[in-house]
Design a protein around this ligand. Structure first.
Ligand code: NAP
Ligand code: MG
Length: 503
């Protein structure tokens, strides 16, 4: 067993972290190039590592090599119940802490995360398949930023909701997907704790390791037992969690299909709900745009994180007059994308996250080709082992094609054309989703005109896939409801008591 894991297990065996001991701080372990992974992980309940009642564990693999990284506990109903009860016991004490004290814990978690940044980046890359360049520069720093940012609100809730008395909701059940495992955990946990709630979090079955390692950080930060509990398992664990009667709120990020099921499961129970679901975002590239800059944005929009991004720019709407030129530029740029070992710092695109996801990407591409669209794939040597798919673009796509309507959640771009701004907006909005959109034009007035008409929660202008903890993120229509980040994100974790102003 690794040295760090040993320390965590020892401290878990004898919990000595009490409420109010805000200043206790252990030395961060040294970050090394490689990361040590315990062969088996248990559940993190009430501040201690706990074996699942069933005794069952399952493997999590490295999608780039198909090698098993570790075994992870399968939480059943009784484990879920124990986790919710631990969060219920911790709630009155956590809620009673001053905002300043809660902020100290969050600041400390953020600092330790940054101190252990390399370890988290490597672990995330191994468990997820995404390139180290991204985990190092995006996932880990942004996760830390979410703790820093929300620490800043913890003692200023009265300023955030002037004239009202914000109060925490209680125990929050949080279920997250596999595409940004650590970042999604941070998006969920940081605002919940800042507002005074306690948490039971379920990471995705195929990428649980960074959320589990985050529990070490929580211990290191001296977070009191029960304030955050992490239970691993498959969809059944998520189902047991969202159905638990002890929850005051459910926060979910994942597919629209599961989001709808969760909405039914919480209906009529007086449980608050936020859903961050899928997307089918459009880039709209006008003829006057800085085309080379737009090419970079479109590439970033669809090939970042292998396209496993809910707000990925998976449709490109390009003005007819520049279509051929733009497609040629895109093809040239795609040929330069380096696909390969996620641990290589020069790699641009890593492994597809799972066999199942690869099968879905292949199925949708086959449907695109059968439907008469032209497929362009960048020539690249793909490794023999693991799950891989080259950067792919379809031209000659029409709105009736499945690749134009369904979320591929992979590195596949569907190119369509438009003639007038009105047609562009109409096509961009012609989807059941409403998460994000991108506008590329040199004209400021056109940006405003277009942005106003886009039915999308996030509209990027002359850029794409930029995230910040201060900026609310969330969707319309089948992309869900509720926001994460910013003031609106905090609103989702409080009830507003008293006061004269509407919430
Ligand atoms: P998913 O199947 O919906 O899974 C998401 C999470 O829910 C996982 O932890 C999953 O556990 C769990 N789960 C599965 N069935 C459940 C149930 N009946 N009740 C409660 N929890 C359940 O989605 P995914 O395959 O992980 O991720 C891909 C999808 O998520 C894409 O469609 C993408 O658009 C969407 N997504 C949206 C956002 C956003 O911010 N809007 C962000 C990321 C991803 P298992 O892992 O064990 O299945
Ligand atoms: Mg994995």
């Amino acid at each position: 067993m690794a040295k760090n894991d040993q320390k965590t297990q020892d401290s878990a065996a004898k919990p000595e972290l009490e409420f109010g001991r805000v200043w206790r701080y252990e030395q961060a372990p040294e970050a090394t190039d490689h990361v040590t992974i315990a062969p088996r992980h248990e559940l993190f309940v009430d501040g201690a590592w706990t074996k699942p009642k069933s005794g069952e564990h399952f493997a999590t693999i490295d999608p780039a090599t198909e090698k098993t990284l570790s075994e992870v506990a399968q939480a059943g109903d009784k484990d879920v119940d124990a986790a919710v009860k631990a969060a219920q016991r911790a709630f009155p004490k956590w809620k009673a802490l001053s905002g300043e004290d809660r902020a100290r814990y969050l600041f400390r978690i953020a600092r330790i995360l940054l101190e252990r940044a390399r370890e988290f980046a490597v672990l995330e890359t191994l468990d997820n398949g995404k390139p180290i360049k991204e985990t190092r520069d995006v996932d880990v720093p942004l996760a830390a930023q979410h703790f820093f940012y929300h620490a800043g609100w913890a003692d200023k809730l009265d300023l955030l909701f002037p004239g009202q008395t914000p109060a925490p909701l209680g125990v929050v059940g949080q279920v997250i997907p596999w595409n940004f495992p650590l970042l999604m955990a941070a998006w969920k946990i940081a605002p919940a704790l800042a507002a005074g709630n306690t948490v039971v979090l379920k990471p995705a079955e195929t990428s649980p390791l960074t959320a589990l390692r985050l529990c070490e950080v929580l211990q290191q930060a001296g977070l009191p037992p029960g304030v955050v509990n992490v239970i691993t398992g498959d969809g059944r664990t998520g189902q047991a969690l969202v159905r638990h009667p002890g929850l005051a709120k459910v926060a979910f990020t994942g597919s629209t299909e599961v989001g709808k099921e969760i909405q039914k499961a919480v209906a009529g129970r007086g449980v608050e709900l936020t859903l961050e679901l899928g997307g089918k975002a459009a880039h709209v590239v006008f003829e006057d745009a800085a085309l080379d800059q737009a090419v970079e944005g479109v590439v970033r929009g669809i090939f970042f994180n292998q396209g496993h991004v809910c707000c990925a720019g998976s449709r490109l709407l390009v003005q007819e007059s520049v279509h051929d030129l733009f497609v040629e530029k895109l093809q040239r740029r795609m040929a330069r994308i380096r696909v390969g070992s996620p641990l290589d710092k020069n790699t641009d695109m890593g492994a597809i996250h799972s066999k199942a996801q690869l099968a879905r990407i292949r199925e949708l591409c086959a449907a695109g080709a059968e439907g008469g669209a032209s497929m362009h794939q960048a020539a690249c040597d793909l490794p023999g082992k693991g799950f891989w798919f080259p950067p792919t673009m379809f031209t000659g796509v029409s709105m009736s094609h499945r690749i134009a309507r369904e979320e591929v959640f992979g590195p596949v771009l569907a190119v369509l054309t438009f003639r007038t701004p009105e047609e562009a907006v109409e096509k961009a909005n012609n989807t059941s989703y409403g998460l994000s959109a991108g506008i590329w034009t040199d004209k400021g007035a056109r940006i405003l005109w277009c942005a106003e008409r886009m039915k999308a929660g996030v509209v990027w202008n002359n850029t794409f896939n930029r995230f910040d903890a201060a900026s609310p993120f969330g969707g319309f229509k089948e992309s869900g409801f509720g926001r994460e980040g910013g003031r609106q994100g905090m609103r989702a974790y409080v009830k507003l008591e008293g006061g004269l102003l509407p919430g």
